[in-house]
Design a protein around this ligand. Structure first.
Ligand SMILES: NC(=O)c1ccc[n+]([C@@H]2O[C@H](COP(=O)([O-])OP(=O)(O)OC[C@H]3O[C@@H](n4cnc5c(N)ncnc54)[C@H](O)[C@@H]3O)[C@@H](O)[C@H]2O)c1
Length: 184
């Protein structure tokens, strides 16, 4: 196993968040996941998996048992735990067709309020171009502690979304990941 261990936070335990967390934990990194949905966190803590991805249940179970992945409803705890934070919240289309970025804004406020050390904030949700710039501005604007520096990176989930759970999905954090130890 690894030469180095990253401390990572995952915000949003849906398809993208759980697969991202599972892959990094499986690769030997330390992952803390959070979600606004407390029932989802309770289910994960009880060993359940709220979504279907091939083999995801076994990977999460062994990572949880090994202490490499944990779940908390306390966003502050999750944010403070990671040096890099992966934003994996939903960005559903609004009636106008634009993506609803309110969950991203909510998370930006939480990160700015709770972070006590520098963070790399990685945007994995599907967002329009330039959202990274806005996220960067929001983190600085909401931050009360100007000593805490944020860097923002974009690593959108590159898998296609299909209406049927399980269809055409794969367990990969995405080809642009700079965190996986094995570059293919
Ligand atoms: N599922 C895919 O295959 C796929 C592929 C490419 C891109 N994406 C994109 O990735 C993002 C996430 O998609 P998904 O399929 O994982 O969604 P999902 O609905 O399965 O999961 C989103 C999770 O975020 C949580 N959440 C919402 N607001 C939150 C907040 N403020 N704080 C913490 N948690 C919050 C929800 O409770 C939910 O558990 C979206 O932008 C989506 O468009 C998904």
């Amino acid at each position: 196993m690894g030469e180095f261990v990253l401390r990572l936070s995952v915000i949003g335990c849906g398809y993208v968040g759980l697969v991202t967390g599972a892959c990094f934990a499986e690769a030997g990194h330390q992952v803390v996941c959070t979600d606004i949905d407390r029932e989802r966190i309770a289910k994960l803590n009880a060993g359940g998996v709220p979504i279907y991805e091939h083999h995801l249940d076994q990977i999460l179970a062994s990572a949880h048992k090994a202490g490499r992945i944990s779940y908390t409803a306390d966003a502050g705890e999750a944010i403070r735990a990671g040096d890099a934070i992966f934003i994996c919240v939903g960005t559903p289309p609004k009636d106008s067709g634009e993506a609803d970025l309110s969950a991203i804004d909510h998370v930006a406020r939480q990160i700015a309020a709770e972070a006590k050390s520098p963070k790399l904030v990685v945007e994995k949700s599907t967002v329009p171009a330039r959202t990274g710039l806005e996220l960067s501005r929001a983190l600085s604007a909401y931050s009360k502690n100007s000593n805490v520096k944020f860097r923002v990176a974009s690593n959108p989930d590159s898998r296609r979304e299909f209406p049927l759970p399980g269809a055409q999905r794969n367990l990969s954090p995405g080809p642009q990941s700079r965190f996986s130890r094995h570059h293919h």
